[in-house]
Design a protein around this ligand. Structure first.
Ligand code: ADP
Ligand code: MG
Length: 295
């Protein structure tokens, strides 16, 4: 029995001429305890897939079974309750409330559950200790680094003790040290027996995953099991098949990787001038800005 089972799930946005097919008959099963990375170019449907799996959005067609229970037609209230008890969601843009302290932010999901203030602050404090943020409880979000804010967001996602963690580009706004911190934290959560699903543009971060799902145009185009500690083969093949240029190039992301995959472009090295032009035209910056607006 799969923990998560999507069958022919499609998601349409808009009407008439303005319709977007964000998910196109996607099929995906995830077992308990997997650590799944989802990769693909900007706009290919990664966030939509996470939102459907995380019960933030409903599929237009197809079925979604969570813990063997059909959940694609739940009422909003039921979906919210199930989400609260089962799923911890982490967004790229943190979504901490600026006027609340770190401790209050982390305790917030427990308030929605109706827990009293003393108990919930105590629980929040315990979780903050687990993510190494015990000395930042009374700080406000603006007083923290990006990595620390994201740690707090992870603590908030964990405070309800969900068994599934869904993270949409959790390291998207962080430098490599910050990214490592977050991924180590997610690894800890995974080692405790939880299921972790995250979106990344950075092939290096597939090292943490046990499986990588590649998407394009709303479809799942490849599904690869990987060993923890190793970069996934598909991502790696594209990363190391060209001479390295700079750290930025290494992090250019799967947007570019996936774009070049189907073209079967010549394996001959590109002439120097052409390479330069290509670097300039990389969609990296644009994709990042778009990603921020999306979330
Ligand atoms: N709420 C929405 N309304 C209309 N179109 C949307 C909405 N959310 C996403 N889309 C569109 O669906 C497609 C997939 O988006 P998304 O899942 O955010 O992709 P990704 O996370 O891979 O960048 C994109 O074309 C996007 O513009
Ligand atoms: Mg997205």
């Amino acid at each position: 029995m799969s923990l998560i089972k999507l069958d022919d799930v499609s998601k349409l946005y808009g009407f008439g001429d303005a319709t977007t097919l964000a998910l196109d008959e996607a099929n995906l099963s995830i077992e308990k305890g997997e650590f799944v990375a989802i990769m693909g170019p900007s706009g290919c449907g990664k966030s939509t897939l996470l939102n459907v799996m995380g019960l933030l959005d409903r599929p237009t067609h197809g079925t979604y079974k969570l813990q063997n229970r059909l959940v694609d037609r739940l009422s909003q209230n039921r979906a919210a309750r199930l989400r609260r008890d089962t799923i911890g969601f982490i967004f790229q843009s943190y979504n901490l409330l600026p006027r609340l302290t770190v401790l209050e932010n982390v305790a917030l999901p427990l308030a929605y559950k109706g827990m009293g203030v003393t108990r919930r602050l105590k629980a929040a404090s315990a979780i903050l200790e687990r993510v190494g943020m015990q000395n930042r409880e009374y700080f406000y979000p603006y007083q923290l680094s990006g990595g620390q804010i994201q740690c707090a967001a992870i603590a908030r996602a964990l405070v309800n003790e969900p068994s599934i963690i869904i993270a949409d580009e959790p390291t998207g706004n962080l430098d490599s040290a910050g990214s490592r911190l977050i991924m180590e934290l997610l690894s800890e959560v995974h080692k405790m027996g939880n299921t972790v699903i995250f979106v990344t543009h950075n092939p290096e971060l597939t090292r943490y995953a046990t499986r990588v799902v590649y998407m394009r145009d709303g479809m799942i185009i490849q599904d690869e099991s990987t060993s923890v500690g190793q970069v996934a083969k598909t991502a790696k093949a594209r990363l190391y098949s060209r001479p390295k240029k700079s750290v930025e190039d290494d992090l250019a992301g799967v947007s570019l990787l996936m774009k070049t995959v189907p073209d079967k472009e010549s394996s001959e090295p590109l002439p120097h001038r052409k390479k330069k032009t290509q670097t300039k035209r990389r969609p990296n910056t644009k994709a990042k800005v778009k990603g921020r607006l999306d979330t």
